[in-house]
Design a protein around this ligand. Structure first.
Ligand code: NAD
Length: 285
């Protein structure tokens, strides 16, 4: 067992609410922090919605466990109060480096020396933030995937300054909240999942945009040839086409060509993936 008992999560948006609720569901006392009481009112609704989803989707959750999880969450818009006795603070605030750096500067002064800080950032490296934490040895990344109760990886990635004991504690804690902990030994943008997924999805897009094969046939080859349940274009439709478009349009000339193709043939026609009813495939109603 790790020695973590009290968990504070900063940010109650898409991922912060899931991380906080999953931790509470797993038995931890959780404080959910956000910047205003109005946002915390919305967060209460979000957490209730998560409890309902768990009851429907997580075996055993409907037998009282989902509601007990809700009882273990307290809410605060006062940062000093929220982190005053935390064993770990998991930061899930917007993906804006300056905002994260400012937040760690404040945290450094408010949290006790024992507190571990973990960022859930998807695209920034913990090194970009460590000098603002006041405790680089107790700071690392713990990265979750959207729908934490279902896609339950916990990618743990430190910097050169992270104390190995702190790293091991967070690996253990990730397991205690129901994640499959994935230790990453050196800093890597994209962690494991996106380091594999992004080049794979780009290669698929290149085949379709270059006129080599239809998206459905690329998917067919991948499914038949590897036994995978879904192909790359099915994954695009699940993720939604806006995110890959945004990433590609900030890339080099080859990526920008793919972005332009995606825009002309899909985004401009309102084909954004499953959420819009059509992407590379049509989902009817
Ligand atoms: P979001 O926009 O849904 O939520 C951000 C929350 O942070 C909001 O509730 C906002 O009020 C709050 N916030 C803003 N400023 C704050 C501050 N100074 N202190 C505390 N809270 C503040 O964002 P999200 O999608 O949950 O992403 C949060 C982090 O998680 C990002 O770093 C992102 O890269 C990462 N992440 C997101 C996903 C995803 O699929 N959405 C997956 C993995 C990791």
């Amino acid at each position: 067992m790790s020695d973590i008992k009290k968990v504070t999560v900063l940010g109650t948006g898409v991922l912060g609410s899931q991380i906080a609720y999953q931790s509470a569901y797993s038995g931890f006392a959780v404080t959910a922090y956000d910047i205003s009481d109005e946002i915390l009112d919305k967060a209460r609704e979000r957490f209730a919605g998560l409890a309902a989803t768990y009851k429907a989707e997580v075996p055993g959750a409907a037998d009282g466990k989902a509601d007990e999880g809700l009882q273990r969450v307290s809410y605060s818009a006062d940062l000093a109060e929220a982190v005053g006795d935390a064993d770990i603070v998991i930061e899930a605030i917007p993906e804006v480096l300056s905002l994260k750096q400012e937040t760690y500067e404040k945290l450094a002064a408010l949290a006790p020396a024992k507190t571990i800080f973990a960022t859930n950032s998807s695209t920034l490296l913990p090194s970009d933030m460590k000098d603002f934490t006041g405790r680089p040895d107790r700071f690392l990344a713990l990265h979750f995937a959207n729908r934490v109760w279902q896609f339950n990886t916990g990618e743990v990635m430190g910097t050169e300054s992270t104390d190995p004991k702190v790293f091991d504690t967070v690996v253990e804690f990730a397991g205690e909240i129901g994640m499959v902990p994935i230790p990453i030994h050196k800093e890597k943008a994209g962690y494991v999942l996106n380091s594999l997924l992004v080049p794979f999805l780009n290669a698929a897009l290149d085949l379709a945009a270059g006129g080599y094969a239809e998206p459905k046939d690329v998917d067919n080859v991948w499914r038949i040839g590897t036994g995978a349940p879904v192909g790359p274009f099915q994954i695009y439709d699940i993720v939604g086409l806006n995110t890959p478009y945004n990433i590609l349009s900030h890339g080099g000339p080859e990526e920008q060509k793919l972005a332009a193709w995606l825009k002309e043939n899909y985004l401009d026609k309102g084909k954004l993936g499953i959420a819009s009813g059509e992407g590379f495939y049509n989902y009817g109603n």
